[in-house]
Ligand binder design. Structure first.
Ligand code: SAM
Ligand code: SF4
Length: 329
């Protein structure tokens, strides 16, 4: 198992398939993009499947989430999903995507064994979408969402970040829309993980602010009491249920003590936390011929060193070197 000195066990693996993206969300990337990882530094499809195999068969991982950058840009995605779905014990497989291209790929992903998707969508207004993502692709995301639901990649979750002056007033509208389309909406607090270092704590929209805004239109009651376990989202029943809305308050109500995550970057580095400043190289071990047992040992040692928390409240907090898109959100 991937346990740490605080008694947590990581069972959920986030695998970044690429650091590239076809959007430029203002809270994530600068307009001009970033210096992308070179092709030779990226894990190959075989290397990814081998590491997932080690994680699932030797390290107790039960949940795999593919992310990026934009994972739909990875040419071998369907094959990777298919091979991971064939592993035993079979892990649950999900994907976090901006939804562009999902209209064409949802059915194939489902057939390959993908269980679910999270689609990121911050606004229902095409002009605001263009301002937020710097690309005119709103309709593609809406169509991608529909295709995911029709393909049975359910529950389809929608991730939304609210940004001051752009979409901060849209929370109730987004929730009404999500309920009407049977999507599960989750608001994510903006985190200091953008490449431009533009995050300001006093500028961000907090979980309290989001809930206050939603309550102008909906009755919200905590789902199943208030214990959220290792799930990062606090979930609320909307108008008595059955629909729910989630709020992921990584900044104002961190859930580090219940964290069950381990992360693998597209270039084969293990990260214990989104906010970690250290990484452990697995690609080097893979490419120098290390057997599975040695890879498992390195991975375990990395997770043993996981810190208690994100350090966000520490006055000395330093943003990690890699932005969210290169870590895998
Ligand atoms: N490109 C895919 C997407 O947008 O869903 C997957 C990668 S993206 C980094 C994963 C999630 O991180 C998205 O839901 C995005 O909204 C969120 N995200 C990116 N930067 C963020 C930030 N600074 N604070 C909070 N969430 C962020
Ligand atoms: Fe791309 Fe996702 Fe970052 Fe937006 S949040 S720029 S879609 S990686």
């Amino acid at each position: 198992m991937l346990i740490d000195t605080y008694g947590r066990a990581a069972t959920d693996l986030r695998v970044s398939l690429t650091d590239r993206c076809n959007l430029r969300c203002t809270y994530c990337m600068p307009e001009e993009g970033l210096q992308w990882l070179s092709k030779s530094s990226l894990l190959t499809d075989d290397e990814i499947v081998r590491l997932v195999h080690v994680a699932v068969t030797m390290l107790g991982i039960t949940e795999i989430r593919f992310t990026g950058g934009e994972p739909l840009l990875r040419p071998g995605l369907i094959g990777i999903v298919e091979r991971c779905a064939a592993l035993r014990p079979r892990p649950r497989l999900s994907l976090t995507t901006n939804g562009i291209g999902l209209r064409r790929t949802a059915q194939a992903l489902r057939s390959a064994g993908l269980d679910r998707v999270n689609v990121s969508l911050d606004t229902l207004r095409p002009d605001v979408f263009t301002a937020l993502t710097r690309r005119d692709r709103h309709q593609d995301v809406i169509e991608g969402l529909r295709a995911a639901r029709d393909a049975g990649l359910t529950p389809v979750k929608v991730n939304t970040v609210l940004m001051p002056g752009l979409n901060e007033d849209e929370a109730p509208e987004l929730l009404a829309w999500a309920v009407a389309h049977a999507y599960e909406l989750r608001f994510i607090e903006q985190m200091p993980l953008d490449a431009q270092h533009g995050w300001k704590r006093d500028g961000m929209i907090t979980a309290d602010g989001i809930l206050e805004s939603l309550r102008t239109r909906f009755d919200l009651a905590p789902e199943g009491g208030q214990a959220r376990g290792s799930a990062p989202a606090e979930r609320w029943l909307v108008d008595g249920g059955p629909h729910t809305v989630g709020v992921i308050a990584s900044v104002t109500r961190p859930f580090c003590s219940a964290c069950d995550r381990t992360r693998l970057t597209a270039d084969g580095q293990v990260r214990t936390c989104l906010f970690a400043r250290e990484e452990t190289d697995l690609r080097g071990a893979l490419r120098s011929g290390a057997p599975d047992a040695e890879i498992a040992r390195i991975w375990k040692a990395a997770m043993w060193g996981k810190k208690a928390g994100s350090g966000l409240d520490d006055p000395e907090f330093l943003q990690p070197q890699r932005p969210m898109s290169a870590i895998g959100g």
